[in-house]
Design a protein around this ligand. Structure first.
Ligand code: ADP
Ligand code: SR1
Ligand code: MG
Ligand code: MG
Ligand code: MG
Length: 387
């Protein structure tokens, strides 16, 4: 279902806008006429409407169009949000594909006035979160994700950029409203006991004091927020949870890059690792140890592949990696806690209170021990992810 007032809810008007981008026909095997075209809502994310515009007769001929409503879709029109996120996402898609060709969907046009991004339909790919919930994901896909993100970070890293390129990137990807949204919904509100946007299941509520009554957790969460806001290290994805990744067998693509900005590399890796950890707890709670143990391998493979592809620009590799892992642990802890106590929960844990309680414990331990965690192996031990 499209948002109230969304242009994608009015097919005729929507098609007129799409038709005005004449060169789109180069990417289509069908004509954009009302009679030929079907518009299907596919967006299941928190912020935007996403539709597939397809040939009525042919499931293999389509494009994806993403529309940014002027508010946070999952919270409603009383939570306004500017539409600059569309511009950032379009520019970031281009940058990411330049650094690591094929790492994202191809872009076809961006219509700033209508707030539409038109891009390649990854129709043979599937949402990684949904796949992991089912217990499906290959080591090769995990390696592909780690490599893509390492290459993007490396190519737009402060250590590699000239002064003028750095200035340009900072201008294009400075702190946006979505960076403030992360500051609020990842680092602040979930750690504030009475914030009205927080929610948690009854079973979890009796464990929430693990966070609210623990000064070390609150102090370290505030420290991670400061690193997030102040460390201008490289161009990052900014929202790299498993719902922002699509996989097809051993291949993977990064998408939903509207949160991109010049920030700390460890934020992307921390968010990703946190989502693998939450998957571990989902599968352990269901007795599927086999896939749970594979998520431990996913974390280790991610650490290894990321560091191999990224560290060429980091000077003293050993101390860089140690500090990097400790930041990854801190960010991972914040992400796990906000997915259980904050506004934006994840399907892996939703309706599985015992998994939520165990994952919450892991998040608390990761933030608390953040400074001592300097390898992925230690991170797995502290998260109690053991075979
Ligand atoms: P949001 O910013 O609201 O989270 P996303 O960009 O994550 O929106 O898109 C929401 C969903 O739409 C994705 O999880 C995916 O299922 C689908 N989607 C988005 N972009 C594409 C694409 N290029 N190809 C195929 N499906 C897509
Ligand atoms: C209200 S917070 C919404 C969340 O959805 C986005 O995908 C980001 O993860 C954001 O934190
Ligand atoms: Mg999304
Ligand atoms: Mg998004
Ligand atoms: Mg929940």
């Amino acid at each position: 279902m499209a948002c109230v007032g969304s242009i994608v809810g009015d097919t005729a008007q929507f098609l007129r806008v799409v038709q005005s981008h004449a060169h789109l026909s180069d990417h289509l095997a069908f004509t954009l006429e009302l009679d030929n075209v079907e518009v299907v809502a596919v967006g299941d994310g928190n912020l935007n409407d996403v539709v597939r515009v397809k040939d009525k007769q042919d499931n293999n001929s389509s494009v994806i169009i993403k529309y940014a409503p002027p508010f946070i879709k999952c919270l409603g029109p009383e939570y306004p949000l500017t539409v600059e996120r569309g511009t950032v996402e379009y520019q970031a898609l281009v940058k990411f594909n330049t650094a690591s060709p094929g790492c994202c969907p191809d872009t076809y046009f961006y219509d700033m006035d209508a707030r539409l991004i038109c891009m390649e339909d990854l129709r043979s790919y599937k949402d990684l979160r949904r796949e992991m919930i089912k217990g499906v994901c290959s080591d090769e896909a995990v390696k592909c994700i780690a490599k893509h993100i390492a290459v993007v970070h490396r190519e737009y890293h402060v250590a590699k950029l000239s002064c003028s390129d750095m200035t340009d990137l900072l201008k294009q990807f400075g702190p946006t409203e979505l960076v403030q949204l992360t500051e609020q919904f990842v680092f602040t509100k979930p750690f504030t006991k009475d914030d009205p946007t927080n929610k948690c299941s009854t079973e979890v509520s009796s464990h929430a004091q693990l966070v609210y009554d623990n000064q070390q957790v609150l102090t370290n969460a505030a420290k991670m927020k400061k690193i997030f806001l102040e460390k201008k290290e490289c161009l990052i994805h900014g929202d790299l949870h498993t719902g922002s990744i699509m996989v097809c067998n051993d291949s993977a693509k990064l998408m939903d890059i509207e949160f991109a900005f010049m920030g700390p590399a460890a934020f992307d890796v921390g968010i990703l690792i946190a989502n693998y950890i939450m998957s571990y707890y989902q599968h352990m709670s269901e007795g599927n140890r086999q896939f749970a143990y594979r998520t431990i391998d996913f974390c280790k493979l991610t650490g290894k592949l990321y560091c191999e592809n990224m560290t060429s620009c980091s000077g003293d590799t050993d101390s860089y990696n140690k500090n990097f892992m400790s930041e990854v642990a801190g960010f991972a802890g914040c992400e796990i806690i906000r997915r259980i106590l904050g506004a934006a929960h994840v399907e892996d844990l939703e309706g599985r209170p015992s998994a939520e309680v165990d994952a919450l414990g892991a998040g608390v331990r990761l933030i608390t021990a953040q400074e001592r965690i300097d390898t992925m192996d230690k991170m797995m031990i502290i998260a109690h992810m053991l075979t």
